[in-house]
Design a binder for this molecule. Structure first.
Ligand SMILES: Cc1cc2nc3c(=O)[nH]c(=O)nc-3n(C[C@H](O)[C@H](O)[C@H](O)COP(=O)(O)OP(=O)(O)OC[C@H]3O[C@@H](n4cnc5c(N)ncnc54)[C@H](O)[C@@H]3O)c2cc1C
Length: 359
């Protein structure tokens, strides 16, 4: 049986790690991903702020695939045909008996007119880092707008304010929600506001961005948010358009799955991470993909062996740790909020321990 792993996201990286010691019997493994390395999301803002180097936060997919006995193909996946059981890539076509999708997401910008390729988006990371390097090297004055008031937007605002402080003339964080970090307890939100004020980051809440032009962002209420560069950290859209794949999708284009992580319409296709759409919906977060990984690894083994599959039943409350890009962090869980250097130490230790598993 040929198992095609599509994308080297968090769930696939951990499943491959599992299969290094307990591979699914009788299965030939192929991993296709765009790059030889894959970033670990928890450390991404730290890399942008300059607290980590490139290798600290990147999983070496080529090395991992070799350890797991998988063939590794660096290629861009362009489409999936669930009925024909084929995947089209930039360089060719691949047949599968079982496929597993872990392609992640990109910021949602489909409703905004005028978005240009000059705009920045943290996913995919490689072009973002190279654009950011160019901006930093130019040394030109920078008015920056970051769209998205969730954890990614907040951490990016502080990381970029730290990294580009010599160039920044203004930095504005915009959200269409009534507050930033809406999923966090009120005390965590107050601490976050303090951090943003300390760094002189302006925050606009309850604003909808209609379009982007040379002057900046045009808002629904008629205002202009001036910006010569825009960073999109707004919600999530699928990393790959699967509208012609034959898979059942939700309204946002993500693949609807059973708790077993199988597509609702194709039991041979597993989906994990941001690309998976559950009922009821779950947050798009790396930690979700990490929690799904053991279920994915075991269920593929079980599917091949004809055994019953396990259900992914996440407990709702997640520990959220947000880097303030200054050696401190905010932590929140079950309504409890902590902040300071000790929280950063904890976050750094958890993240480094995660990465050490792939060393
Ligand atoms: C700034 C920022 C900070 C974040 N911080 C956190 C955090 O602290 N904690 C947390 O839980 N979540 C965080 N997130 C969210 C987190 O990044 C995502 O939820 C997580 O990465 C999703 O994991 P995944 O396994 O679905 O896919 P990803 O880890 O995104 O991996 C997708 C993989 O697929 C590959 N790929 C994509 N498209 C193609 C294609 N067409 N062809 C070939 N390969 C392709 C990519 O190269 C990549 O290897 C953050 C996000 C951002 C933007």
């Amino acid at each position: 049986m040929h198992l095609l792993l599509l994308g080297g996201g968090h769930a696939h990286a951990l499943a491959l790690l599992d299969w290094c010691t307990r591979p699914p019997p009788g299965v030939t493994l192929t991993l296709i991903s765009r790059d030889r390395v894959s970033p670990y999301s928890g450390m991404l803002p730290g890399l942008i702020a300059g607290l980590y180097c490139h290798d600290d936060i990147h999983i070496d997919l080529a090395k991992l695939a070799e350890r797991a006995g998988a063939r590794f193909i660096v290629d861009d996946i362009l489409g999936i045909d669930a009925t024909a059981q084929t995947v089209t890539t930039r360089k060719g076509q691949h047949a599968f008996d079982i496929a597993s999708i872990d392609l992640g997401s990109v910021p949602e910008r489909r409703h905004v007119a005028g978005v240009t390729t000059r705009d920045l988006a943290p996913k995919p990371l490689a072009p973002f880092l190279s654009q950011l390097g160019g901006i930093a090297a130019s040394g030109t004055p920078l008015s920056l707008a970051i769209v998205g008031g969730g954890p990614a937007g907040f951490e990016l605002a502080l990381a970029l304010s730290h990294r580009l402080s010599a160039q920044l003339t203004s930095l504005t964080l915009l959200t269409d929600a009534p507050d930033i970090l809406m999923a966090l307890p009120p005390r965590a939100r107050r601490l976050a506001w303090c951090k943003l004020r300390e760094r002189r980051i302006e925050v606009l809440t309850s604003v909808r961005v209609l379009s982007r032009d040379d002057q900046g962002l045009r808002l629904e209420d008629g205002r202009l948010c001036p910006a010569n560069h825009v960073v999109w950290a707004s919600g999530a859209a699928p990393a790959l358009d699967l509208s012609t794949s034959g898979l059942a999708l939700d309204a946002g284009g993500f693949v609807r799955v059973h708790p077993t992580l199988q597509s609702l319409t194709s039991e041979r296709i597993f989906v994990s991470g941001d690309m998976a759409s559950f009922d009821p919906p779950r947050p798009k977060a790396g930690v979700q993909a990490v929690r799904q990984a053991p279920i994915l690894a075991q269920n593929i083994r079980n599917y091949v062996a004809g055994h019953p599959l396990l259900s992914h039943n996440p407990h709702g409350d997640m520990l959220v740790l947000l880097s303030n890009a200054d050696g401190s962090a905010i932590g929140a869980r079950s309504g409890l909020t902590l902040d300071g250097r000790l929280v950063w130490w904890l976050k750094d230790a958890i993240d480094r321990r995660f990465m050490a598993r792939f060393a």
